[in-house]
Design a binder for this molecule. Structure first.
Ligand code: NAI
Length: 400
């Protein structure tokens, strides 16, 4: 069997290798966190997660499984390993997650493919019917660069300002260099494309299909995730193309909330989460520099949270009695700690003075880099990275 030594290969804002044992350690770390919390007594027992292999979707799946003892069905788009090529991190994460779920005595089925595709949706519906049946919670946590529509049209999302060009600080995460960047304003077409990929249309298609197929239980909760952030990121995020898509997602939540309420006494909600290091967020200009500063400030104040802490709080608020800021019927805020005035005033002050020379001193850029490598299974003390490992890892319950 061909084994290989796997080291990180970072190309820009992505790492093109991943380590299977390190990904297992990353899962274990999140599992350990949830195990140390109060069990979630009223959490949903059957959960579908779309975008379940990394970031917020993976953390949601772990919280549902470990905190709530739920059976889960996870959907993602990942690359399996080959003889001499590692799989993507999300593949290894999901294989590792499945082992944990098995040890916990709960069901975990997974499906790999393009969630935007109609054929894939139909296959997922069939597998879900056979293996789990109707779900009481559905989490939509996709972050995708493109979408092939039912008509075959390809939409590509862009991360650009709207209405005016943006000039501001950003960091080259590879070279640890802070520099001024200028990004031209998006065209109307680019706004439309980004909405098609990251807006609510596909979420709505999933919910309506699942309802039609009687796969949503009475009282179902449908969740999708959004971000708002502070003013320094607004030109590129909240007021940019991605912000337009998130506005559409929020409008969709209102429509779906009415629909699910009338059909099933259910609800649809957007959870506005905090900024964390994920494959998706590392691709956004400005955001990695902002996150490095934010982490420094939040860690110093004992307020730091990563995906799993956020998702535990979300579940505890939605299904147990943890109090949380509810902005409206369809929007809850998990970014309360990030946006505390005492956090943001420090972030703002650091932002003004940060440059390549003081990056490591004024921000937690080292923490950012470590966090980034952990996404791909690197930097775990319990893993011997000099050992040969088998890059091919198979699932017990991967549906096709
Ligand atoms: P991520 O990059 O870690 O995860 C994306 C997931 O989507 C993966 O499971 C991937 O396999 C799946 N995926 C991508 N394309 C797919 C396709 N065509 N078919 C099936 N699965 C596909 O992203 P992250 O950051 O966890 O983002 C999830 C959601 O959370 C997004 O809506 C994002 O806007 C939101 N969010 C993220 C924040 C952050 O700081 N990372 C902050 C607040 C919200």
């Amino acid at each position: 069997m061909p084994f290989m030594i796997i080291k990180p290969k970072v190309r820009g804002f992505i790492c093109i290798t991943a380590h299977p044992e390190g990904c297992m350690s990353h899962i274990q770390e999140q599992v350990d966190y949830v195990r140390a919390q109060q069990p979630l007594k009223n959490a949903p027992r059957r959960v579908l997660v779309i975008g379940a292999s990394t970031g917020y979707g993976l953390a949601s799946r772990i919280v549902a499984t470990i905190g709530g003892h739920a059976d889960t069905f996870g959907i993602f788009y990942e690359r399996p390993g080959e003889d001499n090529k590692p799989a993507s991190a999300g593949w290894y994460n999901s294989v590792a997650f499945e082992k944990v779920a098995q040890a916990y005595g709960v069901k975990a089925f997974s499906m790999n493919g393009d969630a935007f595709s109609k054929d894939f949706k139909n296959k997922a519906v069939k597998a879900l019917k056979e293996k789990i049946g109707s779900v009481d919670c559905i989490i939509y946590s996709l972050a995708a660069p493109q979408r092939v529509d039912v008509t075959g049209d390809v939409y590509k999302s862009v991360l650009k300002p709207v209405g005016q060009k943006f000039s501001g600080k950003t960091v080259n995460t590879d070279k640890a260099e802070v520099f001024e960047t200028t990004i031209e304003s998006a065209t109307e077409d680019e706004i439309l494309h980004t909405k098609k990929v990251m807006g609510g249309e596909d979420w709505e298609a999933w919910i309506r299909l699942l309802e039609q197929e009687k796969l949503l239980a009475n009282g179902v909760t449908a969740l999708a995730y959004s971000y708002i952030g502070p003013e320094i990121t607004w030109p590129i995020y909240k007021d940019g193309t991605i912000g337009r898509a998130k506005e559409h997602l929020a409008q969709t939540a209102e429509t779906l909330n009415q629909f699910l309420h009338s059909q099933l006494q259910g609800r649809a909600l957007i959870s506005v989460n905090k900024a964390v290091v994920t494959q998706a967020s590392s691709a956004i200009p400005v955001v990695p520099l902002y996150i490095s500063i934010l982490f420094k400030v939040m860690k110093a104040k004992g307020l730091h949270e990563d995906c799993v802490q956020q998702m535990y709080r979300l579940f505890a608020a939605l299904f147990d009695n943890l109090s949380i800021k509810k902005e409206s019927e369809t929007c809850i805020r998990l970014d309360d700690l990030e946006l505390m005035p005492e956090v943001q005033s420090e972030v703002k002050a650091i932002w003004q003075g940060i440059n390549s020379g003081n990056l490591f001193e004024l921000s937690d850029f080292r923490g950012y880099q470590e966090n980034f490598l952990k996404l791909f299974g690197f930097g775990f003390k319990d893993v011997d990275y000099e050992q040969d490992v088998d890059p091919k890892r198979t699932f017990l319950n991967l549906m096709d």
